[in-house]
Design a protein around this ligand. Structure first.
Ligand code: ZN
Ligand code: ZN
Length: 213
C-alpha cells in the first residue's frame, strides 16, 4: 500500500480550494477553482515538478467557483471531467452564473463520465469511493480514500461550519442528512479536505462544529 498525498491550491475571488492528490506517479485533480493563467500554471507546475500523470479530473459539485478552470485544465491534460449527473443543470448555467459575479468563463466541456455512488476511482495504488451528499448543491459528491484516511468533502462540511443551502437546489434538511448519514459515519481520525478553508477531522467536527450539535 502506498499513501496518497494531498496538495491544496486556494484560487479565485471566492478562495476556493482545489486538490491535486497523487499516489505513486499518478494523480487526480479535484475541482477546478483556478481562474486565470497564473493559477492554472501553479497547478501545472506542481504536476510537472512531481513528475505526475493526471488520470482523472473530478468535480465535487458544479457551483461556479469550483468550475472556473474546467475548460483550461481539461485542455491542458487532455482529459474530460467527471461529475454526478445532477450537476448538469449547474454546468449549463455556468456562463450566466459567471456573469452574475462579474467573472468570465469559457463554456464548460460536458463531463465525459457521470459518477455515481457505487463507482470507484483508481490511480496509482489508490482506490477511492464516492459518497452522494446533496443538500448544498444538486449532485454534490465526496471522495473517500480509506487507506490514506481522508475525504474530499467539497462544500458539504467545513471546519466549524457547513455548506450554505440558499442557492437554487439547496436544501438544509437534505444537507443535514448527507452530513449525518454519510460523512459522520466515517472514522473520527479521518481528515476532511473542504472546498473552502483549512482541513479538519471528522471527530473534531462531530464534537465541536456548532451546526451539528
Ligand atoms: Zn458550492
Ligand atoms: Zn465553493
Amino acid at each position: 500500500m502506498s499513501i496518497t498525498y494531498v496538495k491544496s491550491f486556494t484560487h479565485n475571488p471566492f478562495s476556493t480550494n482545489s486538490y491535486v492528490c497523487h499516489n505513486d506517479s499518478e494523480a487526480v485533480i479535484v475541482d477546478a477553482s483556478c481562474s486565470n493563467e497564473r493559477e492554472e500554471a501553479e497547478i501545472a507546475e506542481y504536476i510537472r515538478s512531481n513528475d505526475l500523470t493526471v488520470r482523472h479530473l473530478l468535480l465535487t459539485h458544479a457551483h461556479i467557483d469550483h468550475i472556473l478552470g474546467c475548460s483550461a485544465l481539461s485542455e491542458r491534460f487532455d482529459l474530460f471531467w467527471q461529475a454526478h449527473p445532477d450537476t448538469s443543470i449547474w454546468l449549463k448555467r455556468a456562463p450566466a452564473q459567471a456573469l452574475l459575479y462579474g467573472l468570465q468563463i469559457k463554456p464548460v466541456p460536458k463531463p465525459g463520465r457521470w459518477l455515481r455512488e457505487q463507482d470507484t476511482l483508481t490511480f496509482g495504488h489508490a482506490i477511492w469511493r464516492i459518497l452522494y451528499t446533496p443538500g448544498h448543491a444538486p449532485g454534490s459528491i465526496c471522495f473517500v480514500d480509506d487507506a490514506s484516511q481522508f475525504v474530499i468533502a467539497g462544500d458539504v462540511l467545513f471546519q466549524q461550519s457547513i455548506g450554505r443551502t440558499d442557492l437554487p437546489g439547496g436544501d438544509r434538511g437534505t444537507l443535514m442528512k448527507s452530513i449525518f448519514q454519510q460523512l459522520l459515519t466515517l472514522p473520527d481520525e479521518m481528515t476532511v479536505y473542504a472546498g473552502h478553508g483549512p482541513p479538519t477531522r471528522i471527530g473534531l467536527e462531530r464534537m465541536q462544529n456548532p451546526f451539528l450539535q
